[in-house]
Design a protein around this ligand. Structure first.
Ligand code: PLP
Length: 371
């Protein structure tokens, strides 16, 4: 049997991720692979570390990219920080909050869920009250909930509430890093993880992560090493240090790609980039409303990087998405869990956040939607 050359359609990725990858990043991936101990590569690793510190706005020494998608970043923080019997408070207001709760439970955490219905966000006073009632070692929360399109506000006040009660705050920044303000040090967030395939627009495969000295001290105080060798942050920190020790073979081409994606983000400037995400999202929101569609999240908590819109009653959710893909090469996504069949999820992230993409999607919807 023979297999033809790869010939994938030229999709425009306007779903919840991956986003479209810029040709500059794709070209960089064709750079010849070096060894993982090659001095040139070790220099590149240090550059990526410095660029990630800029992206996260942090001076955290432990800042690196975990080999694996966003979930590996989530599991690295949870498995290193949670020991069996530790009390963990998790914001459960969407699919990824639920995943955090499940992961903390699997690592032996005594998980308490801070409940809110999908699409709602948390008030810092709720976090304060929950920790007052039952102290926790760790609080975990999603900054930009991709399953609902809601943005958690007042992270600084949430972090202050955690610290008042002696808890660490872990923030999921998968759909915010590189597209929304993320200020780890100024906000007092102890640990965060993200993914390369969203607002940074590199291919999927790495999870940028950062942990502050309080978080590192919590790992050092563990009674036994973390149960997951591949995600042991103390070992990974050595691998990402100036004099690295072998831990696992670094995904060389993925790290090259992340370097180029981060370099592009810094060339654009983080503020300008965040403003571009906002401007294009506002154009999308106005256009969707002028088509008679109803946005799912109120403006105050609406994510510019991921818009959720209600599927109109008489419309076949899957059929519209299929036609967008087949006739326009446009990918958008449907809803998860309680929102399955009820919403569409439209991502404008990184290289996908462009005015021409907004115009094309709105024109395609105008053609496909009845009336
Ligand atoms: N957290 C959030 C908010 C996400 O949107 C995602 C993926 O979409 C993840 C975590 C998991 O990331 P990944 O699918 O890259 O493992």
């Amino acid at each position: 049997m023979t297999y033809p050359d790869l010939n994938t359609p030229p999709r425009i990725l306007l779903g919840p991720g991956p986003s479209s990858v810029h040709p500059r990043v794709l070209r960089t991936m064709a750079t010849p692979v070096t060894g993982y101990m090659d001095p040139t590569f070790l220099e590149i690793v240090q550059e990526v570390r410095a660029l990630l510190q800029q992206a996260y706005r942090t001076e955290n020494d432990l800042t690196l990219a975990v080999s694996g998608t966003g979930t590996s970043g989530m599991e690295a923080l949870i498995s290193n920080l949670v020991e069996p019997g530790d009390a963990v408070l998790v914001g459960a207001n969407g699919f990824f909050g639920e995943r955090l709760a499940e992961m903390a439970r699997r690592h032996g955490g005594e998980v308490e869920r801070l409940e809110a219905s999908w699409g709602q966000v948390f008030d810092p006073a709720q976090v304060d009250a929950a920790l007052q009632a039952r102290p926790a070692k760790l609080v975990a929360m999603v900054h930009a909930e991709t399953s609902t399109g809601a943005l958690q506000p007042e992270v600084e006040a949430v972090a202050a509430a955690c610290h008042r009660h002696g808890a660490l705050l872990i923030l999921d920044c998968v759909t915010s890093l590189g597209g929304l303000p993320v200020e780890l040090d100024a906000w007092g967030v102890d640990g965060a993880y993200s993914a390369t395939q969203k607002c940074l627009s590199a291919p999927p495969g790495l999870a940028p992560l950062s942990l502050n000295p309080r978080g590192v001290a919590a790992i050092e105080k563990r009674s036994s090493p973390p149960p997951v060798f591949y995600l042991d942050l103390m070992l990974l920190q050595k691998q990402w240090g100036e004099q690295p020790a072998y831990h696992h073979t670094a995904p060389i081409s993925a790290i090259f790609a992340l370097r180029e994606a981060l370099r592009m983000a810094m060339e654009e400037g983080l503020e300008t980039r965040i403003e571009r995400h906002r401007r294009n999202a506002e154009a999308l929101w106005a256009g969707l409303e002028s088509l008679g569609l109803e946005l799912f999240i109120p403006p105050a908590h609406r994510l510019p990087t991921l818009t959720t819109v209600r599927v109109p009653k008489a419309v076949d959710d899957a059929a519209i998405r299929r036609r967008l893909l087949e006739e326009f090469n446009l990918e958008i996504a449907g809803g998860f869990g309680p929102l399955a069949g009820k919403i569409w999820r439209i991502g404008l992230m990184g290289h996908s956040s462009r005015r021409e993409n907004v115009t094309l999607l709105l024109a395609a919807l105008a053609e496909l939607l009845p009336g």
